[in-house]
Design a protein around this ligand. Structure first.
Ligand code: M6R
Length: 394
């Protein structure tokens, strides 16, 4: 009866329970009638304060129930390590998940692209939980990885947006992202919803295992509750980012720098730029650039640097200075503009937040940047060339 229990427990309070027959259905948080957005992608970027709220909404004051449901999946207190798999944007959410879960739960986390996980002989020891992240719940690589883990007796929690999808049906437990239907091929709102779901899971597990004290828990919950208004403030940077985009339409390559939890965000920003603006883009940890990618930098090379104050003790400032010394055109996104003003060419000031929640602040400007560059180049941002929304076949 675990399955039935699972389906009910993970559904939104008051919502109709979903059955396996409802594959592909979504819970739509938007009011009927639609909004006057020129593109679905733009609308979906703008929906993020709501979709984050909806994803957090049902659990933020009920973290014990979340743990109860994971406990049903056979992990609970016996949990010793977590392995995360996903593809593309969902993989990047998984990389962010590693920082969040290790920080709050203090257990080792590994993250693999599901397509690579399939090629390995992964050692999934007792006490391992596999988290499969997928917007559609139908991506063949993620599903295959999930099935491989199940076949080894490893419990699986799916983080999924499509209710009743294969991934959600086959998992031992499902944590739904409540992002609503994402029609644009490019993932935007589902990315931040996935991160919101991982934050919930990490904080819930951390509190349950007493790695987070009551005071810290209340602080984290109030940061979580503030995410919708925080992301709304970030969307207020849209016009400024649109102007920066005008300087990038002729770029042949863009380097995205980040460190710590901002590194996967740099990867995601680069992916967005590749898939809709068709500009070669590379995400690189700031501390890694001297080991090769620095050779790419020449006068005029665009570099996007994610430089939140919480990582200022790290490499990002010296790396920005290094690329600047080689003539790079540096666009810095930071909550500490004074530290960057003299070394970056353009500084976008972002609101401060808790270090664990930085991806919510930095991912949205990078989505907007790619969007504006692509629109300026005349691309169909909702239907990028060569790509489809869901890779369900080999
Ligand atoms: O449905 P999934 O999250 O499993 O999809 C995985 C990737 O196909 C997807 O994240 C893709 O990388 C994005 N749509 C790119 O924006």
């Amino acid at each position: 009866m675990l399955k039935d229990n699972r389906i009910c427990r993970f559904d939104r309070e008051g919502a109709e329970p979903h059955s396996a027959g409802q594959a592909g259905e979504y819970w739509n948080p938007m009011p009927p009638g639609g909004a006057p957005y020129p593109h679905r992608m733009r609308q979906e970027i703008y929906e993020q304060p709501d979709t984050i709220l909806q994803t957090l909404g049902e659990w933020i004051d009920d973290l014990d129930s979340l743990i109860g449901a994971i406990g049903d999946a056979g992990t609970g207190t016996r949990l010793r390590r977590i392995h995360i798999v996903g593809c593309g944007t969902s993989y990047h959410a998984g990389l962010i998940g590693r920082y969040i879960i290790e920080k709050f739960v203090h257990i080792p986390v590994s993250v693999d692209m599901a397509s690579e996980f399939r090629q390995m002989e992964p050692v999934l020891t007792r006490g391992t939980l596999l988290i499969a992240i997928s917007q559609s719940g139908e991506t063949v690589d993620t599903l295959t990885a999930q099935r491989q883990a199940k076949a080894q007796g490893t419990p699986v929690v799916a983080i999924c947006n499509a209710v009743g999808s294969s991934s959600s049906r086959e998992a031992d437990a499902v944590l739904y992202t409540r992002a609503g239907e994402e029609l644009g091929v490019t993932s935007t709102k589902t990315f931040t919803a996935q991160i919101a779901a991982i934050c919930l899971l990490g904080i819930a597990l951390g509190a349950h295992r007493r790695k987070i004290c009551d005071v810290e828990l209340e602080t984290l919950k109030s940061f979580l509750a503030g995410l919708p208004s925080l992301t709304r403030r970030v969307l207020g940077k849209d016009h400024e980012i649109g102007e920066i985009a005008q300087t990038l339409t002729g770029a042949h390559g863009i380097l995205y720098l980040g460190e710590g939890i901002s590194y996967p965000v740099a990867l995601e920003g680069a992916l967005k730029m590749k898939e809709i603006a068709y500009i070669h883009a590379v995400g690189c940890p700031a501390g890694e650039i001297k080991y090769g990618p620095l050779a790419l930098v020449e006068p005029g090379s665009p570099v996007v640097a994610l430089a939140p104050i919480s990582s200022m003790s790290g490499k990002i400032l010296s790396t920005v200075a290094d690329v600047k010394a080689r003539g790079a055109h540096v666009i810095a996104l930071t909550d500490a503009p004074a530290a960057l003003r003299d070394i970056a060419d353009v500084v976008v000031t972002l609101p401060p937040t808790h270090p664990a929640f930085l991806p919510f602040v930095s991912a949205i400007p990078l989505q907007l940047l790619a969007y504006h560059v692509a629109v300026l180049k005349g691309h169909n941002v909702d239907r990028p060339r060569n790509l489809i929304k869901s890779i369900t076949g080999e």
